[in-house]
Design a protein around this ligand. Structure first.
Ligand code: B12
Ligand code: SF4
Ligand code: SF4
Length: 319
């Protein structure tokens, strides 16, 4: 590897740190290590109604199909851990929302940072494609290859300092940058996440059946929630953190430096009644709606008809 590539990498890591990322490492742009397992997951139908996972199969199996000539994949991690809100909502039952959705939408927060890195690499002659969550990239495979962390049995990617509470993002680039080494698997004999899952969605180590996962049932699925899962879902109305909270590596987690992820009052202190008000047409009295400028339970604040139907479905399953 020539000095220039090393120099670019040093400047890149420095820029990522200044933008607030907790980790920035490099993987080679080659097919992902668990391409076969991904194919099996789709064949078993474990993706349920998430048709976008099947549509993007070819690209997810080969980064050259996304960016021809891509040499490296820059993987970034951003901590979103925030303290638990102790306050209880006034006058009514509360619905639990997964921690990753307590603050501002992470897609927006991270995309702005990726754009700055893209500009920096562009000036050095690189062509890039930037992704956070929604792109056709098996993010955890590249994060593991780059040594951001290891594949936990819960399928979460784990960093020994951040635990499980971090987002991933990738930049595919035509620049050849020195690759980092993978991290050691530190799950050992632990199986706490598998035991903690209320619905048995982690069917074996590293295998998750999305159709059983509360995160999928309360966010992704647009169908009526099967009766068998309703009592197990309990008070969760958006996502689930049980397999994350069970993980012993989270004992080292520290509060994120990213203030955009600080919990909004509406996500921690609103009663179910406030959200339900939207769907009963009582928008004028819906505190959730007023505060978020959105007539939607979706804590990310997206206003769309499909999300409204999805909220209604989750709320009705609780009544
Ligand atoms: C679809 C999806 C979901 C689905 C399916 C989840 C799943 N496990 O597949 C649902 C809706 C259930 C979901 C839930 C959640 N998600 Co999600 N999701 C995704 C998405 C878009 C694709 C995941 C995917 O490719 N699944 C296909 C399967 C085959 O892959 P996988 O489960 O990730 O498995 C990998 C490893 O297990 C490994 N593997 C497979 N077999 C084997 C065998 C061995 C021996 C080993 C070592 C490894 C291994 O290879 C696979 C590919 O890398 C990614 C973003 C992205 N573009 O990658 C975010 C992503 C994975 N989600 C994320 C988050 C935060 C969540 C939730 C915590 C949200 C919540 N609180 O409700 C939960 C966590 C549930 C869980 N235990 O995974 C983060 C995870 C960050 C991290 N630190 O790992 C991601 C990366 C988004 C992001 N950009 O930050 N998610
Ligand atoms: S997010 Fe919840 S339901 Fe999904 S695998 Fe983890 S513990 Fe199970
Ligand atoms: S709970 Fe245990 S087995 Fe599960 S991911 Fe964490 S360390 Fe690994």
């Amino acid at each position: 590897m020539n000095a220039t590539a090393c120099d670019i990498k040093d400047r890149l890591v420095d820029l990522a740190g200044r933008l607030g990322f907790d980790s920035c490492r490099i993987a080679v742009s080659s097919p992902p290590a668990h391409s076969q397992e991904f194919g099996d997951w789709l064949s078993e139908g474990a993706h349920g109604e998430m048709q976008y996972m099947a549509r993007g199969e070819e690209k997810r199996r080969d980064p050259q199909k996304i960016l021809p000539g891509a040499k490296s994949i820059i993987v970034l991690a951003l901590n979103y851990f925030t303290e638990t809100e102790k306050r209880k909502p006034e006058g009514g039952k509360r619905g639990r929302i997964a921690r990753y959705a307590w603050g501002d939408d992470y897609h927006d927060v991270i995309e702005m940072k990726l754009e700055k890195i893209d500009n920096f690499l562009h000036e050095l002659g690189g062509e890039q494609k930037c992704y956070v969550d929604t792109g056709p990239v098996l993010e955890r495979d590249y994060a593991a290859a780059a040594g951001i962390g290891w594949h936990g049995k819960s399928t979460m990617l784990i960093d020994e300092k951040l635990g499980t509470w971090f987002f991933l993002a990738e930049i595919l680039t035509t620049l050849a940058l020195p690759a980092d080494k993978p991290a050691r698997d530190r799950c050992g004999t632990c199986e706490r996440c598998i035991k903690a899952c209320p619905t048995g969605a982690i069917t074996a180590p590293h295998k998750l059946d999305a159709r059983r996962c509360i995160s999928y049932l309360t966010i992704e699925s647009k169908s009526s929630i099967p009766l068998e899962f309703r009592p197990l879902i309990g008070d969760r109305i958006f996502g689930c953190d049980d397999c994350l909270e069970a993980c012993p590596w989270n004992r080292f987690a520290k509060v994120s430096r990213e203030t955009a992820f600080a919990a909004r009052r509406s996500t921690t202190a609103f009663a179910l009644r406030d959200y339900l008000a939207c769907h009963l047409g009582d928008r004028a009295n819906c505190e959730a709606s007023r505060s978020r400028q959105a007539n939607c339970l979706n804590p990310m604040g997206a206003v769309s008809a499909s999300h409204c139907r999805s909220c209604e479905r989750v709320l009705l399953a609780k009544v």
